[in-house]
Design a protein around this ligand. Structure first.
Ligand SMILES: Nc1nc2c(ncn2[C@@H]2O[C@H](COP(=O)(O)OP(=O)(O)O)[C@@H](O)[C@H]2O)c(=O)[nH]1
Ligand SMILES: [Mg+2]
Length: 466
């Protein structure tokens, strides 16, 4: 991988989201940043542009160099290499927002020699120039995309470098072990000193325990980042759409007394004590001959099978019928809660009416119409989905990236192989292979070992301008 080629061009992009907004920021990075600015910017008091100092805001006008007309009244700031986000010279132009001004300013940057930046290219440069390691760069996109404050905190820990720190500690231990083993490579017939062997065995054991613990945080991390897919299911008219609206605290789904109103599905994310729940309101499930309704029901069943959590809604003012039992059958092994809705009417059913295999602790009666017991519902959902994971303090490092999990698992396997081989006194040369492999796997997480393919997969997930 040729870092210089990736760093060569001066790039420019609008770093703020499109659409109407107070201001927009156009960001230029690379060795020509300042000269491009000089071509298109005139200070408001006619002072010389050559006196621009880094890290200070200057007011002036972006000038179209063709017709010399002012495009916009702007503030600009110059950040000098290497003390910038990318490690290169950066210029930011703060213009008015909207659909036109930022584009015209960007066009002028491009006409004057910049190239349009690719998604994540600024952060890629920050990584290539040693401003952050790969796991930190990956966290940048998580910070931007986080759906709850708790998820944000986790991403910030990774951005600060907490995961890298942990990995680097493991690397140091590994390097020590490797040095001990390699010291014996030239004297294989003597074997490793028994005291040293015991110490290395102990170290590899605790490394294995630590890695297992870190790998086990992946599920929590994954849910925190991507949310838990949740389907609200039940027969028609039990109040599924009303419940979605209650949880969202807004009128999102159509509620009607006509059964079969929800035909498509509706997806919204809510925050349950920091865990994003991706709710899907589905069409009511019942035996029907109507083909359009059937299509909706098929989607409901599919959604319920894909969901990591199920909210089953029953109408407690009516006796359970065969459609309800069909819905309850969809529970299988998934995490779930059963809602007895319409508790404002006289209740005709109790938990005892549910099939015996259903956990009666996961039942709650509410009124979606009157907003009764909705806070209790949130708490109960949280307790069910967080289960025994509640121990995970928000200050401890967890992993959420499949790429990291895969590398850690491969490292773990290599240490387990190493431990076995050491126990049966394999040759030092042989032992060193597994340790080096583990070291490489750690290097993949922090980015010392990487390829252009890996980088492009990671950075293509970014937005343009970051
Ligand atoms: N009395 C009462 N009616 C409700 C309650 N929740 C929903 N409804 C009514 O039940 C009907 C069906 O509601 P809807 O949310 O569309 O049900 P869905 O078909 O399951 O999505 C509507 O007339 C709602 O006003 C409730 O808690 N109590
Ligand atoms: Mg509905």
């Amino acid at each position: 991988m040729n870092k210089d080629i990736l760093n060569e061009d001066t790039i420019a992009a609008i770093a703020t989201p499109p659409g109407h907004g107070g201001i927009a920021i156009i960001r230029i990075s690379g060795k020509n940043s300042l000269s491009i600015l000089k071509n298109i910017f005139m200070r408001s008091n006619n002072k010389s542009i050559d006196e621009i100092k880094p890290y200070r805001f200057y007011r002036g006008f972006v000038i179209n160099n063709k017709d010399k007309q002012a495009v916009d009244d702007v503030l600009v700031v110059y950040m000098k290499s290497p003390n910038s986000y990318t490690g290169q010279d950066i210029v930011e132009i703060h213009s008015h927002g909207g659909n036109v001004v930022p584009k015209v300013v960007l066009d002028l940057c491009l006409i004057n020699g910049a190239r349009a930046a690719n998604p994540g290219e600024y952060t890629l440069r920050a990584f290539l120039n040693g401003k952050m390691d790969l796991s930190q760069a990956e966290a940048v996109v998580d910070v931007i995309n986080s759906q709850t404050e708790k998820a944000l905190k986790q991403s910030q820990l990774q951005l600060e470098g907490q995961l890298s720190k942990k990995i680097n500690t493991y690397k140091d231990i590994l390097l020590d072990m490797l040095a001990e083993i390699e010291a014996n490579v030239d004297f294989p017939e003597e074997g490793i000193d028994p005291i040293v062997k015991d110490r290395i065995l102990g170290e590899s054991e605790s490394l294995i325990i630590n890695l297992k613990e870190l790998i086990s945080t992946f599920n929590d991390g994954h849910i925190l980042k991507h949310g838990m897919t949740t389907a609200i299911i039940g027969r028609p008219n039990v109040g599924k759409s009303s419940l979605l609206n209650c949880l969202l605290r807004k009128e999102r789904a159509l509620v009607s007394e006509i059964p079969g109103t929800t035909r498509d599905f509706i997806e919204e994310t809510i925050d349950i004590n920091g865990i994003p729940l991706k709710l899907t309101d589905t069409a009511g499930i019942r035996a029907t001959e109507k083909s359009i309704e059937k299509m909706g029901i098929d989607i409901s069943i599919k959604k319920s099978q894909e969901a990591e959590f199920l909210i089953i809604v029953l109408d407690s003012s009516q006796n359970l019928n065969k459609d309800d039992y069909e819905v309850i059958k969809l529970i299988r092994n998934s995490n779930h809660i059963i809602i007895f809705n319409k508790n404002d009417l006289s209740m005709k059913i109790s938990a005892d009416d549910l099939p015996s295999n259903i956990n009666k602790d996961n039942v709650l009666d509410i009124s979606a119409k009157n907003n009764t017991n909705i806070e209790e519902l949130r708490t109960k959902i949280f307790n069910i989905i967080s289960g025994d994971h509640k121990a995970n303090e928000s200050t401890s490092v967890i992993i959420s990236e499949l790429r990291h999990k895969n590398s850690l698992e491969q490292a773990l396997q290599s240490f387990e192989r190493f431990k076995k081989a050491l126990n049966i006194n394999e040759s030092p040369e042989y032992l060193a292979v597994d340790l080096r492999y583990g070291l490489d796997k750690f290097g993949e997480i922090t980015g010392e070992i990487t390829t252009e393919d890996i980088l492009s997969t990671i950075f293509s997930k970014f937005c343009i301008g970051k």
